[in-house]
Design a protein around this ligand. Structure first.
Ligand SMILES: Cc1cc2nc3c(=O)[nH]c(=O)nc-3n(C[C@H](O)[C@H](O)[C@H](O)COP(=O)(O)OP(=O)(O)OC[C@H]3O[C@@H](n4cnc5c(N)ncnc54)[C@H](O)[C@@H]3O)c2cc1C
Length: 456
């Protein structure tokens, strides 16, 4: 099972004994389905705003079992869709507000972790994204120009020359890079486990090994009993399709990761990343890496197959072909890594809405709230979601509750087999676009076809 296989599980220094399940039917003010970042941040901020509320979380496995305990640990301002997409749909002011809120979320994660004594190995080194062919360089320039036009702030995303990029990290075939200070690294599992402990100590009930089958306004029906609550929060992200009535909300896409043994100082002298900057390149099919606190490389990428009917299973967390390809890409970026062992291989499901647009919302009349659809960018975004949901449930209005993702509703995914064809077709288009760009250096048309498919 990939949860236990991950580097994070190995280095969390944590007791994973499950908490007791739901003891039968209970009543609460707020019932949350899912003990990942989204559910836990919502509970945390709800307690801050309304300590008298009875909050109960039901979790199928244990807190942090989902993507929150397995991710790449980029606590970044990345938000789906990108600012240009938000500006097109909701206007420039809304896009700028969203951007600022995401910058704030990075700081807030670091602040709370420190204030609550959760040792998450937080380091704010920013992100370097290498341009390793002409097409990637063109895209890098466009991204920098878009950001400058939107915020007028040239420091948020800078274009680096090859020499400047090498000051940060020495990858192969680099023509240039973009750099943003808006990212920190975290140990993802320490964050989610620490949060679970903290909210429990504040009086929130967490029932583990409790599977919700149906999530309805006013109640959550589980295999252990029913939770009746004034407000029900759906926070199951990549697993949402397993909930009755929510099967076509998000598709689960698998993102897979590897980690190396700790690398010695001479390897780091060659690689760089001295401030623990996160790194990627500007390909379409996203890759992501971090230098961990114990000097390993943790590296991941998307591109694993989508499984018919949005199924999620532990065996999908491992794919020998994708894990081998990840190692190849990492060694291609930093050849010295080829001298060292890959010690961990794992993966997990991210939640993807049809229009690639994350959302958070509360239908007050029905007492039903939700957050998610982060498309693999949920570490900081879920913190913003938790703060926003808490305010919505508490009946407060603020800058956060006016952000453009609040109340956004994505249309559902197509029924099968169209969904399978569309999602795997999109995967194929992006992989083909990257291959063609690496070969020709020209921006690939198939990437634009993919953008049209998701509505941008
Ligand atoms: C390999 C990987 C790498 C990633 N890298 C990054 C990154 O570097 N940066 C970034 O920002 N994001 C990243 N992400 C995405 C990020 O981890 C997620 O967006 C985020 O953790 C979502 O949190 P969540 O609480 O909404 O969902 P989850 O953490 O998935 O939590 C949902 C919980 O619901 C539980 N559940 C599911 N079904 C039921 C049910 N029926 N009843 C009860 N409980 C249920 C699950 O067991 C799970 O614990 C990555 C994801 C993966 C998989």
């Amino acid at each position: 099972m990939a949860f236990e296989d991950s580097l994070w599980h190995h280095t969390a220094d944590e007791d994973f004994t499950p908490r007791p399940p739901l003891p039968g039917d209970i009543e609460a003010d707020v019932a949350i389905v899912g003990a990942g970042y989204t559910g836990l941040w919502t509970a945390y901020y709800l307690h801050k705003l309304k300590p008298q509320l009875r909050v109960a979380i039901v979790e199928r496995e244990i807190a942090g079992y989902g993507a929150s305990g397995r991710n790449g640990g980029w606590c970044s301002a990345l938000f789906p869709p990108a600012s240009t997409g938000i500006a097109r749909r909701h206007g420039t002011d809304a896009a700028v507000a969203m951007r600022r809120a995401m910058h704030g979320a990075i700081e807030e994660v670091g602040r709370v972790a420190e204030a609550e004594g959760i040792d998450v190995h937080f380091a704010r080194g920013g992100t370097i994204s290498f341009a390793r062919n002409e097409a990637q360089l063109i895209r890098g320039r466009e991204l920098v120009e878009d950001e400058r036009k939107l915020t007028g702030d040239v420091e948020q995303l800078r274009l680096l020359s090859r020499d400047e990029a090498e000051q940060v990290a020495r990858a192969t075939r680099v023509l240039g890079a973009t750099y943003t200070p808006n990212c920190a690294v975290v140990h993802p599992l320490r964050l989610v486990r620490g949060l679970a402990r903290r909210v429990e100590s504040l009086g929130v009930s967490i029932f583990e090994q409790t599977t919700a089958g149906a999530v309805k306004p006013g109640s959550v029906l589980t295999d252990q009993g029913r939770v009746r609550a004034g407000t029900v929060v759906r926070a199951a992200e990549g697993y949402t399709a397993s909930l009755r009535g929510h099967r076509r909300r998000f598709v689960p896409l698998y993102s897979l990761m590897i980690a190396t043994e700790p690398l010695p100082p001479e390897a780091w002298a060659e690689i760089g990343l001295s401030r623990r900057e996160t790194f990627a390149d500007l390909r379409h099919m996203r890759i992501y890496g971090q230098r961990t606190a114990d000097d390993r490389l943790a590296f991941g990428g998307r591109g694993a197959p989508y499984h018919f009917r949005s199924r999620t299973r532990p065996e999908f967390d491992r794919d020998a072909r994708v894990h081998a390809a990840l190692r190849e890409v990492l060694v291609d970026l930093f050849p010295i890594v080829g001298d060292y062992e890959v010690t961990h291989r794992w993966g997990g499901a991210i939640g993807v809405p049809r229009d690639w647009h994350a959302s958070v919302g509360l239908d007050r009349g029905r007492g039903f709230a939700w957050a998610g659809g982060y498309v693999g960018d949920g570490v900081a975004t879920s913190n913003l979601a938790g703060r926003t949901l808490a305010q919505l449930i508490a009946g407060e209005q603020s800058e956060l509750t006016r952000l453009p993702w609040v109340g956004h509703r994505s249309r559902g995914w197509e029924p099968e087999p169209l969904r399978w064809l569309g999602v795997n077709g999109g995967r194929f288009l992006l992989t083909r676009a990257d291959r063609s760009e690496a070969r020709s250096g020209k921006p690939a048309r198939s990437a634009r076809a993919f953008a049209r498919f998701i509505g941008y």
